[in-house]
Design a protein. Structure first.
Lengths: 187, 569
């Protein structure tokens, strides 16, 4: 029953640099409510990525990547995503597309749009805007998601969204791989 | 006469909508509507009661821990389990950190911009801002150079067209009364609070095992082992880490949050006269300092204040809680005008409202996805103001000192607390009240560890074969937003019925079968509205409750269309 305690994640600035190498940090942040149908997307993708033999294992430097289920926690997520080398947010995306359509957006471009702030339950764009205000924006940000079918109560994805998950995971891993190669990680 | 619609009030799609009738520059009637179905109760039916907390903590993002606490307490109550002191101390430390973080974040990031004009900050004189800051607080970030830098940073964002967070305000509205220097000071603290909160939440990472969703809650106690001689548990090193976080919490609350609330309130004295509502307040009480059910030792006393009478604190009898659905999108076996106790609660949705998109709710019929909770048939406000008033009335010395001190500083009578600004002030005072308790709880946990009391859970009833075939329990908890209750019925080792009545249901609920308005609705009546299509005054009162209509839905809007709709019909 009792589980082992793990160390709290250190803030970026607290991390001791490894001798001779720049410390790189990348995060996949899943957002959304676990019990709202397609809203569970973020949490479910993080679950898939978090397995030791999951898709992240094939990256040049899997140890530099953390997959976090952010739920709907809002600003409390900030310390986990400040000053990263790369951030991939996984969330539902409403682009007025067909349900199940994969969408892969540049986070910086999202910021140019009109944004509303609702701290209690805020979404990806508000988090990014806040990082920007703090001067802690990650080097690169992608927001990868799927057009939802249903956000009604439930713990399962709709078939349309579920079918798009493998492509979404490939997209997430693809960004991480490209960033790590750019940053000189040769595994 | 005009009707104003604000949807959504929380600035997030699809949760809370307010319709207000405005006549002669003030609100004459109001309707509060939850616009989304929340049916967590259905998700946990048939599950193992020991894992209900894992699901219920996903009801609401920011409130994860509070639902976990209420859920494990409901099951403990049903099965007659007494968690040992260390477990309650750690739950209190998690709750206390949550309160302090939540209250600060609410003030600066949800509410302050209803009072602070960001465009004022851009034209403020940094030297005068430094004078103002230094006159109200010893907080060190108060130099002219510092405020010059903050101002330049905000200005750079504005000039780049990317001041995204601040884009949707009613800037320049005549209801803004702060001098530009106070605007700049508040904006600086808005940014500082973002950095500050990261330290506060580390308390959850230490005690919760995992961030951001704590994993250590446990029916019977807490799954965070305490052992002075072991790594990877709550040991002296982690105690020291937690101890180092407490002064950080304290300084910001005492030197930034409280002085800012007082400074802002001083420029809006008339807001101690708006927003009272029914003046009935209820606190379940909680954060135990003895056994779970030892009310006398609760950090927040249990009780009810009726009609603003602080001389009498009435007891709370949980049997008198009911939920009405006369104006809610639900049906009960006993009909639309019946009311049910949560133990016998039914979550049977039946939408009868207009087909979206619609202009107006059918306020004569059903108009909300929230039920209307009542205590003994009466409307109750819950939250920090309710807790502080009950504690004040009950003679809690520390609370009386804090409240009287604030009233004196603002030159306001105790009746001023029944107001929009009273809620804002109560929240800040409550954060200050909890600072000493945080020290006490950590100190006690340390003492227990050093004296060899390492118990963290009562597991004697962990095995379902030890349970009666039927049991029921009530888990009351005071969440930052107010009284939260979980009710569980267990049959044959599974959940047979589960109901959660959350603080925002008490406060944001609609009218009942007798036509009694809910707290939001009542508090809005009499609120002035200077500019009908910019109803910042309505937001002030609704935001003063810290509205949070659970189960946020996060859809990134790729097309960037306007999300907050204000309409004058």
């Amino acid at each position: 029953m009792a589980i082992a305690m793990t160390d709290p994640p250190p803030a970026a600035a607290d991390r001791p640099p490894e001798p001779g190498a720049a410390v790189r940090r990348y995060v996949v942040l899943g957002l959304g409510n676990r019990i709202q149908g397609d809203e569970a997307l973020g949490a479910l993708v993080v679950e898939m990525l978090d397995r030791p033999d999951g898709p992240l294992a094939a990256l040049p430097d899997p140890g530099a990547v953390e997959a976090i289920d952010g739920g709907t926690v809002g600003l409390a997520l900030l310390p986990l995503i400040e000053d990263l080398d790369g951030l991939v947010v996984v969330d539902l995306i409403d682009g007025r597309e067909e349900p199940g359509t994969l969408q892969d957006l540049d986070g910086m471009l999202l910021l140019r749009r009109d944004i509303v702030m609702g701290v209690h339950d805020l979404g990806a764009t508000e988090l990014l805007a806040t990082l920007q205000l703090m001067g802690s924006m990650p080097q690169r940000v992608r927001v990868v998601g799927i057009q939802p079918m249903s956000i009604h109560l439930g713990t399962e994805l709709t078939p349309a969204v579920g079918a798009a998950v493998p492509a979404l995971v490939r997209s997430v891993v693809g960004h991480l791989r490209a960033w790590q190669l750019e940053d000189g990680s040769d595994g | 006469m005009a009707k104003i619609v604000v949807d959504p009030v929380t600035r997030i799609e699809g949760h809370l909508r307010i319709e207000a009738q405005v006549d002669g520059g003030q609100v004459t009637d109001a309707w509060s509507s939850g616009t989304m179905f929340r049916g967590m109760e259905i998700i946990v039916q048939g599950r193992d009661p020991r894992e209900a907390w894992i699901w219920t903590q996903r009801i609401c993002g920011v409130c994860t821990t509070v639902h976990a606490v209420a859920s494990v307490q409901a099951v403990e109550n049903a099965l007659g389990i007494s968690p040992p002191p260390n477990a309650l101390l750690m739950r209190n430390l998690i709750s206390g950190a949550q309160y302090i973080q939540d209250h600060v974040i609410h003030f600066y990031h949800l509410h302050a911009l209803d009072w602070v004009d960001v465009t004022g900050a851009l034209v403020a004189d940094p030297a005068k801002t430094a004078d103002l800051a230094q006159s109200i607080s010893p907080w060190p970030l108060s130099s002219k150079a510092y405020f010059t830098e903050v101002q330049a940073r905000v200005k750079a964002l504005v000039d780049s067209g990317q001041l995204s967070i601040f884009t949707n305000g009613y800037w320049g509205h005549p209801a803004y009364k702060l001098p530009p220097e106070a605007d700049l000071m508040a904006v600086a603290h808005y940014i500082e609070a973002l950095s500050w909160q990261r330290d506060v939440i580390r308390m959850h990472a230490v005690l919760g095992g995992k961030n951001p969703h704590p994993q250590t809650f446990l029916v019977g106690g807490i799954a965070a082992p305490v052992d002075p001689n072991s790594p990877n548990v709550i040991n002296p090193e982690r105690m020291n880490l937690m101890a180092s976080l407490l002064p950080t919490m304290r300084r910001f609350v005492e030197e930034v949050y409280l002085p800012d609330v007082k400074a802002v309130a001083a420029f809006y004295p008339e807001w101690f006269g708006y927003g009272a509502g029914h003046r009935n307040y209820m606190s379940y009480g909680g954060l135990p300092n003895g056994a779970l059910d030892d009310e006398a030792l609760y950090t927040f006393p249990r009780g009810i204040i009726l009609d603003g009478d602080l001389t009498t604190v009435h007891p709370v009898d949980p049997a008198k809680i009911t939920e009405a659905i006369a104006h809610s999108y639900y049906q009960y076996p006993g009909g639309q005008d019946s009311a049910l106790h949560p133990f016998d609660g039914v979550t049977d949705p039946k939408y009868t409202g207009p087909t979206p998109p619609y202009e107006e709710l059918d306020t004569a019929g059903q108009y909300s996805w929230l039920k209307a909770p009542r205590y003994d048939g009466k409307v109750m406000e819950v939250g920090p103001l309710a807790r502080m008033l009950v504690a004040y009335g009950a003679g809690n010395q520390k609370v009386q000192e804090l409240v009287n001190g604030a009233l004196e500083a603002l030159n306001a009578p105790p009746t001023a607390l029944f107001s929009t600004l009273g809620r804002v002030a109560a929240r800040a005072l409550e954060a200050a009240y909890l600072l000493d308790w945080m020290d006490t709880w950590l100190d006690q946990l340390n003492k227990n560890m050093n004296s060899g009391d390492l118990r963290i859970a009562d597991t004697s009833k962990w095995d379902p074969s030890t349970w009666p075939s039927e049991a029921q329990g009530f888990g009351p908890h005071e969440a930052p937003r107010g009284a939260l209750g979980h009710w569980v019925k267990i049959k044959d080792q599974k959940i047979a019925n589960y109901q959660a009545v959350v603080p925002s249901t008490w406060n944001a609920g609609p009218r009942d079968e007798k036509g009694q308005t809910g707290p939001y609705e009542a508090s809005l009546i009499g609120t002035p509205v200077a500019v009908e299509d910019q109803p910042v005054e309505i937001l002030r009162t609704v935001h003063s409750f810290d509205p949070c209509l659970a189960c946020a839905v996060h859809v990134v809007d790729a097309k960037g269309e306007e999300k907050v709709k204000v309409e004058v019909l």
